[in-house]
Ligand binder design. Structure first.
Ligand code: 1PR
Length: 555
C-alpha cells in the first residue's frame, strides 16, 4: 500500500497541525477536493473543527455525504477527528436541524456548564473499555496512562454497554461528573473526539497506528492501565503553558524577551530609551525545549505588533511554521490580530490575518487591543453584537476554541467602591495610600494606554462575542516572581463560564500550586522563570504531582 493518506478539504479549518503530524510519522497528505476522488483513496481522514451544523452542511453542499458513506462502507481505513467523530453520529444538540451521517447511533449533548468551564479544553484520558477482544491489547495505540488534548463543547454521553452492544469499541474520558466518548472504533473505522495531532507523542502514536493499519497491539509493560482522576474534575489535568513574548531587538532579530511590568528593556543599558531589549533566546529553540519538558501548550505573543509593519509578518509566520513541524501541542499566536491596512494600502481583515497564522501552524489566535475596542463598542450599542468584530468573524469560521482573548489589566486603587463607576473589589493588598479597594483597568497597546473599561466588563463582552478562552495577564504582577494575582483570577472566574489561563507573576512551582488551590483557574502560564532557566516545566509538574494535583507527565 502507498504511504499516502487522503484528507477531505471541505471546510475552513486550521488543519496545518494535522498535516505536520501525518508527515512526522512518515506519510504524505493528498487533498480530496472532488467527491469522486474518494473511490481511489486507500486511507481517509476526516478532520473537523468548529460548528457541527456548519461542517455537516458544508460536506453535504460539496456533494461528499454519499461518497463518504460509500467509502466507509467499502471497509477501507477511515478516521474522524473531533467534529469528524461527531459527524458520524446521528445528531448534535449544537444544530438539530442538520443531521449527522448516522453511522453510529446517538446524539451529542452540550456539557453542563453549571459546575465547570465550558468548552472542555485540555488534556484528558481516552481509556479503552475492556472487551474480551481487547484484553491485554491497546486499540490503535491508545493507552490508559496517557492524556490526550481535547477542545469541545458537545460530547457523546457514555452509557455503559450501549455502543458496545452494537459492536463498537469505546474509549472514555470524564469531565466533572460527565463521562463521554473520547474515541470509538469498529472494523475499519476509528474516530477520536480529542486531537491526536496536538496530543504530543501519545497522539502521534495513535495516528501512526491508524496509518500503519495496526489496530491492536500488545500493551507495553510501562503502559498498563492507570487512569488517574482528580476529584470534581475527572481526568482533566492542570494545564501548564509556556509563553514566549517575541519582538525585534535593536539589531533587527526576532528574539524572546521578557518584561518587568511590561518593560522589556534592560535597566541602565546603552540604548537611548533606557537599555537594550532583553534577549532570552531564539523563539523556535525555546518552544521546542518547553515541548520536550512537557509544556501542555506554547503561546507566542508578538508584543510590538501594534506598530506599523507588513501584514504578512514573514519572520513570525516562519517561526510558527518551523515550530509546528516539531511541537505537537497546541500553539497560540497573539499580537496584531485585527483589521489592518497593509503598508501598501490594502485592507486586510482580522479573519484574513488569522487565516495566515492558522495556515502556518497556529491552533488558536489571541486578541488583545482589538478585543478591548470591540467590548467598548458592544456596551456603547446596548450589548448588541454587530457580527463584524475580529472575535465574531474568526470564531464563526474556525470555532470559539480557536479564539483567545489576552487581557492586560492594571490595578487602579480607590478608597471606596462608590468612588468609581467600574467594578471595584476589596483587596487584601492595599494601595500606596492605604486604599482598601481596586478595580482592574483594561489597557491596549501592551499596557501603554488605559481605557475606561474594567476587566469584568471586558471578559463578559468577549464571551458573548464567541471567545473560547481568556489569557489573563496582570501588569502589576508581570515579571515580579511574586505569584499570580489571585484576587483578579477569582473575580474573572466568577464572571464567565469559558476557561481562564492565569498569567503573570509565576516565580516558582509553589506559585502554580497556589493558583490551582486558591482559585478555580483552568490553566496557568509562566514565562520568565522558564526562560531564565530557574525552573523547568517538568519541575513544576513534578511538584504539582507530589501535591496530588493531576498533571500530564507522559509525552
Ligand atoms: O494588542 O492584539 O496586538 O496583542 C499584543 C499582545 O502582546 C497582548 O497579548 C499583550 O499581552 C502582549 N504584550 C504587549 N506588550 C507586552 C510587554 O510585555 N511589553 N506582553 C506584552 C505580555 C505578558 C505575559 C507574560 C506573563 C508572564 N506579556 O504574556 O508572558 O505576564 O510573565 P512572567 O511569568 O514572567 O511573570 P494585540
Amino acid at each position: 500500500m502507498s504511504n499516502t493518506v487522503h484528507l477531505l478539504d471541505y471546510v475552513a479549518g486550521n488543519v496545518r497541525s494535522l498535516v505536520n503530524a501525518i508527515e512526522k510519522v512518515g506519510y504524505q497528505v493528498v487533498w480530496i477536493k472532488d467527491p469522486a476522488d474518494l473511490a481511489n483513496a486507500d486511507r481517509v481522514i476526516l478532520p473537523g473543527v468548529g460548528h457541527f451544523g456548519h461542517c455537516l452542511s458544508s460536506l453535504s453542499k460539496a456533494g461528499f455525504t454519499q461518497p463518504l458513506k460509500d467509502y466507509i462502507n467499502s471497509g477501507k481505513p477511515f478516521m474522524g477527528i473531533c467534529v469528524g467523530l461527531q459527524g458520524l453520529f446521528e445528531a448534535s444538540e449544537e444544530d438539530l436541524e442538520t443531521p449527522g451521517l448516522g453511522i453510529i447511533p446517538g446524539t451529542l449533548k452540550h456539557f453542563d456548564s453549571s459546575n465547570k468551564s465550558v468548552p472542555h479544553i485540555g488534556w484528558n484520558s481516552a481509556a479503552t473499555v475492556e472487551t474480551p477482544e481487547l484484553k491485554g491489547k491497546s486499540l490503535y495505540g491508545l493507552l490508559s496512562k496517557n492524556k490526550y488534548y481535547y477542545v469541545h463543547t458537545y460530547a457523546v454521553p457514555y452509557n455503559e454497554g450501549e455502543l458496545e452492544s452494537q459492536g463498537w469499541e469505546v474509549a472514555t474520558a470524564r469531565y466533572g461528573d460527565e463521562k463521554f466518548v473520547g474515541a470509538i472504533a469498529k472494523g475499519n473505522i476509528l474516530a477520536t473526539q480529542f486531537h491526536p495531532e496536538k496530543s504530543g507523542e501519545a497522539g502521534l502514536a495513535v495516528i501512526k497506528a491508524f496509518l500503519d493499519g495496526s489496530r491492536l497491539a500488545d500493551i507495553p509493560a510501562d503502559g498498563a492501565n492507570q487512569i488517574l482522576e482528580d476529584e470534581g474534575r475527572g481526568g482533566l489535568t492542570r494545564r501548564i503553558i509556556a509563553c514566549l513574548d517575541v519582538r525585534t531587538n535593536d539589531d533587527g532579530d526576532l528574539v524572546v524577551t521578557k518584561g518587568d511590568q511590561y518593560d522589556v528593556r534592560e535597566k541602565g543599558g546603552a540604548a537611548s530609551a533606557g537599555g537594550q531589549v532583553r534577549n532570552l533566546g531564539k523563539p523556535v529553540d525555546l518552544a521546542k525545549r518547553y515541548y520536550e519538558s512537557g509544556a501542555d501548550e506554547v503561546t507566542f505573543l508578538n508584543i510590538t505588533s501594534f506598530r506599523n509593519c507588513p501584514v504578512a509578518d514573514t519572520p513570525m509566520l516562519e517561526i510558527l511554521r518551523l515550530t509546528s513541524e516539531e511541537v505537537f501541542v497546541p500553539l497560540t499566536i497573539g499580537g496584531g490580530i485585527r483589521d489592518v491596512v497593509d503598508t501598501d494600502g490594502t485592507k486586510v481583515s482580522a479573519l484574513e490575518v488569522a487565516t495566515m497564522y492558522f495556515k502556518s501552524g497556529a491552533d488558536k489566535v489571541s486578541i488583545g487591543s482589538d478585543a478591548v475596542i470591540a467590548a467598548e463598542e458592544y456596551f456603547a450599542n446596548g450589548k448588541k453584537l454587530n457580527g463584524t468584530t475580529a472575535i465574531e468573524t474568526i470564531s464563526k469560521a474556525y470555532g470559539n476554541q480557536a479564539v483567545v482573548v489576552s487581557v492586560d489589566p492594571r490595578r487602579v486603587y480607590v478608597s471606596s467602591p462608590e468612588s468609581t463607576k467600574r467594578h471595584a473589589i476589596k483587596t487584601a493588598f492595599p494601595g500606596p495610600n492605604g486604599e482598601q479597594y481596586c478595580w482592574y483597568q483594561c489597557t491596549i497597546k501592551g499596557g501603554r494606554e488605559g481605557r475606561d473599561l474594567d476587566v469584568q466588563e471586558l471578559v463578559s463582552a468577549v464571551e458573548a462575542m464567541g471567545c473560547g478562552e481568556i489569557l489573563l495577564n496582570c501588569i502589576d504582577k508581570d515579571g515580579t516572581n511574586s505569584g499570580f494575582d489571585l484576587e483578579l483570577i477569582n473575580e474573572v472566574k466568577k464572571t464567565i463560564k469559558i476557561p481562564v489561563i492565569a498569567s503573570s507573576g509565576a516565580g516558582n512551582p509553589g506559585h502554580f500550586l497556589e493558583v490551582f488551590e486558591k482559585t478555580t483557574t483552568d490553566a496557568a502560564l509562566g514565562a520568565g522563570m522558564f526562560h531564565r532557566g530557574e525552573y523547568t516545566v517538568a519541575q513544576v509538574k513534578d511538584y504539582l504531582s507530589t501535591k496530588s494535583l493531576l498533571v500530564r507527565t507522559s509525552r
